[in-house]
Design a binder for this molecule. Structure first.
Ligand SMILES: NC(=O)c1ccc[n+]([C@@H]2O[C@H](COP(=O)([O-])OP(=O)(O)OC[C@H]3O[C@@H](n4cnc5c(N)ncnc54)[C@H](OP(=O)(O)O)[C@@H]3O)[C@@H](O)[C@H]2O)c1
Length: 274
């Protein structure tokens, strides 16, 4: 499928690794110029090389902490300065710490709120005028005239079905869905806003968690850990990050021109609720 993103510019927060990077890669493969941010230089350098090799577009990799409003704003502005436009925003983030409610202090709640919610608020607020401007330059890239700019929020399946031991993810991420639904109504038709709800995907972070469990003796080896993480997933395996990235690129493209305000699980069918 031609996602028709040639000449478009996309920005992915926390896109230097994991699901954010997989999304940036799919957008780059679809022809877009792509900007990513993260806190660690090595990861940014690595991401930049991979993204440059993936498509015809340019790549910008910026050191920025998304819990810092000023850093988020200057990431958006640098992207627009570099590419001359901004058509697509993808918000990803690091994961908040795991733990039960009684072990979670006020500081943890406020940090998780900044990381997951305010980062999306700051990014989309700074990006909005640029997205609207870009929308006016689109030429109706499909038969029905799909010409909106887009925002996609990467959240978690935890917004639909709580996961034991993840009180911060279960609670705070739901605000991102409220934000997405509200923006989908306020920003259309110039900007479409959607979310993806990933189930378990085998990013480096998940790989590290499995390896740590092996070291603690919880699994005999990595393969056993993998099987445990895949338990209960009808497709019988974790997702590859590229499978999430491709869903994000589709939601960013004119191929999804009538999809707005949707929270789309990408979880191999593990959610039981519709
Ligand atoms: N992987 C899964 O199975 C899965 C499932 C459901 C939900 N999720 C959620 O999806 C999101 C991405 O997960 P992932 O597995 O891709 O994580 P990951 O592999 O740990 O990657 C996280 C990325 O975010 C960056 N990052 C973290 N904190 C940041 C900050 N404050 N400012 C800027 N960049 C920051 C990291 O780079 P630096 O550390 O260098 O900054 C890295 O590039 C997380 O919120 C996670 O909880 C993941």
């Amino acid at each position: 499928m031609d996602l028709a993103l040639d000449g478009n510019a996309a920005l992915v927060t926390a896109g230097s690794a994991g699901l954010g990077r997989a999304s940036a890669l799919a957008l780059a493969e679809a022809g877009a110029d792509v900007a990513v941010c993260g806190r660690t230089t090595e990861r940014l350098v690595e991401a930049r090389e991979e993204l440059l090799a993936a498509g015809p577009g340019d790549v910008l990799a910026v050191e920025a902490d998304i819990t810092d409003e000023g850093a988020v704003e200057s990431f958006v502005e640098r992207t627009v300065d570099e590419f001359g436009r901004l058509d697509h925003v993808v918000t990803s983030a690091g994961g908040p710490p795991s733990g039960p409610f009684l072990d979670t202090g006020d500081g943890d709640w406020y940090r998780a709120y900044d990381l997951l919610v305010m980062s999306a608020v700051w990014t989309t607020r700074a990006a909005y005028p640029h997205l609207v401007e870009a929308a006016t330059s689109h030429d109706g890239a499909n038969d029905a005239g799909g010409d909106a700019s887009t925002i996609v929020n990467i959240t978690s399946r935890s917004v639909q079905e709580v996961i034991d031991g993840l009180v911060l993810s279960n609670s705070v991420r739901r605000a991102v869905i409220g934000l997405m639904k509200t923006q989908a109504r306020e920003f259309a038709p110039e900007v479409r806003v959607n979310a993806v709800l990933p189930g378990a995907h085998e990013t480096d972070r998940i790989g590290d968690l499995i390896e740590q469990s092996v070291e603690r003796g919880e699994y005999a080896d990595y393969e056993e850990g993998r099987e445990e993480w895949s338990d209960g997933i009808p497709i019988e395996r974790m997702g590859d990050p590229s499978e999430l990235g491709e869903a994000v690129a589709w939601l960013s493209s004119p191929a999804s021109s009538y999809v707005n305000g949707t929270a789309m699980p990408v979880d191999g069918g593990s959610l039981r609720s519709a």
